[in-house]
Design a protein around this ligand. Structure first.
Ligand code: CU
Length: 277
């Protein structure tokens, strides 16, 4: 179930790979969409709204210590781990996927195609938008953009708030930080820019995780941490926090350090220009 303990049985199985959202096979995308659709249909603690609500409203359990602190990367890694597990409970072939939002020079960047596809009335795209918990909307009244707090489903306003997506050069610069805290701070700053660039629900912390693109964005952040770790084998959060838990998850900072121990890794694609070496 949900936010319980790490599942050692699954961890012992072969590694599963998270892939670039724009390079999914038809089968990988179908599994992901199916899992999102099924999770979005559940209103209990196995469902999409429950997980989205952990990040901000209506269950702001994690967000206070998950942003602007050394817990930023570990907390979100735990969050993705348990959310991905909830997705795989709905469709066992589903895996989180990352949005490579780095913009090549001279371009404005774009949302990954699977998350931007319109879908049809009969078959709405579960990666485009999701319902916002009515309780979150009630609690969030008066917070931030009133159009966001009032909307029953998530929406985006890409590129309208005046903040560009991070460039490849900015990502490379963040990855070159030699110290964990320096890296964490740099990557969190780029992460904030992506939230603002997407706009709508993504630009408001209490609602951000209801937008399906949130998960692809944070999977990219988690992947950058993994790439940084491969470059900096000894680099880790301060020793004083390694055995701290990451509420509401029954996982400690130390338990987030090795993604392969959590049963996953990131697929290397030749098109991903972040070179590790
Ligand atoms: Cu975020």
């Amino acid at each position: 179930m949900g936010t319980g303990t790490i599942d050692a049985g699954r961890v012992r199985t072969a590694l599963r790979f998270r892939r670039n959202a724009d390079r999914l096979t038809a089968g990988q995308l179908a599994a992901l969409s199916d899992a999102f659709t099924r999770a979005q249909a559940l209103s209990d603690d196995r469902g999409y709204g429950f997980y989205a609500g952990i990040h901000g409203l209506p269950l702001p359990i994690g967000c206070d210590n998950a942003h602007g602190t050394p817990y930023f990367l570990p907390w979100h890694r735990a969050y993705l781990y348990f959310f991905e597990r909830a997705l795989r409970d709905r469709n066992r072939d589903a895996m989180l996927t990352w949005w490579d939002w780095r913009t090549p020079p001279g371009t404005a960047g774009a949302l990954p195609r699977p998350f931007a596809a319109r879908g049809s009335r009969r078959a709405p795209n579960p990666l485009l938008s999701a319902a916002v918990d009515p309780l979150a909307r009630r609690q969030g009244r008066g917070f931030g953009d009133p159009r966001v707090a009032a909307a029953t489903r998530t929406f985006r306003r890409p590129g309208t708030l005046g903040v560009p997506l991070p460039s490849a050069a900015q990502v490379t610069a963040a990855l070159s930080a030699g110290d964990f805290l320096d890296f964490s701070e740099a990557v969190e700053g780029l992460h904030n820019d992506v939230h603002v660039w997407v706009g709508g629900h993504m630009s408001e912390v209490p609602f951000a995780a209801f937008d399906p693109i949130f998960w692809a964005h944070h999977t990219m952040i988690d992947r950058l941490w993994r790439l940084w770790q491969l470059r900096n084998p000894g680099g880790r959060p301060p020793a004083s926090i390694l055995d701290e838990a990451l509420p509401p998850f029954r996982m400690t900072v130390r338990q987030t350090l090795d993604v392969t121990a959590l049963g996953y890794d990131y697929a290397v694609s030749t098109a991903s220009a972040v070179v590790v070496r």
